[in-house]
Design a protein around this ligand. Structure first.
Ligand code: SAM
Length: 258
């Protein structure tokens, strides 16, 4: 993986300054513990927006999970063949703070310099109003041209032209029928030439539907991968990790790519 550039460090410093101006470090680390328990033990509350209720959880989401997701997606898209080849438009489904979409778009821009092609424009889509301004700031921090839209990804009308679609840690929050309907649409889009990348945690209980989706992607000519990235965590992320007792020795995830 390419080492994160200055933009990554500046983005993280700005997030740290912003969120730790409003809250103390121990408030954020306590909120991180609560947030990770929402993701692990109280998953049924995700649909009601429980992960992003309150300034503490929002800070933990932005300052901890955002950088981890950014590093993982940067690693994945620079490892998968053709993932950074010319993309005009990138749809970041369930964009959250924009960390993952910005990682893919920035990797495309880095690849584009040698290949003499443009960087993708991004549309970040999320149902939660708070994340949208965070996402806009993240895309800006990485020099990515982007728009954000408040919408349900299950009902979103895709642009008619070619796109690359990213759903990073989003699909597991959708109800089964909506997720299955979206899968069918994504496979159909990929048949017509779009690129699709879905990323989820490794833990099986988070995405019980994974094997079925993996089979569908593989049958359509795609691939499934598991990732274990050993990298030095940025200082604030490592400090939060220790304080919340989460112990990320590696950043892990799994992906479907078509
Ligand atoms: C775990 S976060 C991941 C955010 C981001 N993709 C990342 O990698 O950091 C999941 C995001 O999906 C959004 N989300 C969940 N269900 C959604 C839906 N049906 N429509 C739009 N956004 C949704 C949530 O609001 C949240 O911001």
């Amino acid at each position: 993986m390419n080492p994160p550039d200055d933009r990554f460090a500046r983005w993280l410093a700005a997030l740290e300054a912003k969120h730790l101006a409003e809250l103390t470090f121990s408030e954020v680390s306590r909120a991180l513990r609560a947030l990770s328990s929402t993701y692990v033990e109280r998953r049924q509350k995700l649909a009601s927006g429980a992960a992003l209720s309150g300034t503490g959880k929002r800070a933990a989401f932005a300052l901890f999970y955002g950088p981890l997701h950014h590093l993982l997606i940067a690693h994945i898209v620079t490892s998968l063949p053709e993932a950074t080849a010319k993309i005009d438009m990138l749809l970041d489904l369930g964009c959250g703070t924009g960390a993952s979409g910005a990682a893919w778009a920035a990797a495309c821009r880095a690849a584009a310099v040698g290949a003499r092609q443009g960087a993708p424009r991004v549309i970040g889509i999320d149902r939660h109003p708070w994340v949208l301004s965070e996402a806009a700031a993240t895309y800006r921090a990485f020099g990515v041209s982007a728009k954000v839209r408040q919408a349900d990804v299950a009902a979103f009308t895709f642009p008619s032209g070619p796109v690359a679609v990213l759903a990073a840690f989003t699909m597991n929050e959708l109800p089964d029928p909506e997720r299955d309907a979206l899968l069918a649409r994504l496979v159909e889009r990929a048949r017509r030439g779009d690129r699709v990348l879905i990323v989820e945690p490794l833990a099986g209980f988070v995405a019980r539907w994974w094997n079925r989706w993996r089979d569908t992607f593989e049958a359509a000519g795609g691939r499934a991968d598991e990732w274990r990235l050993r990298t030095e965590l940025p200082a604030i992320v490592a400090k939060l990790d220790r304080a919340a007792g989460l112990n990320h020795r590696e950043i892990t995830g799994r992906s479907l790519w078509l």
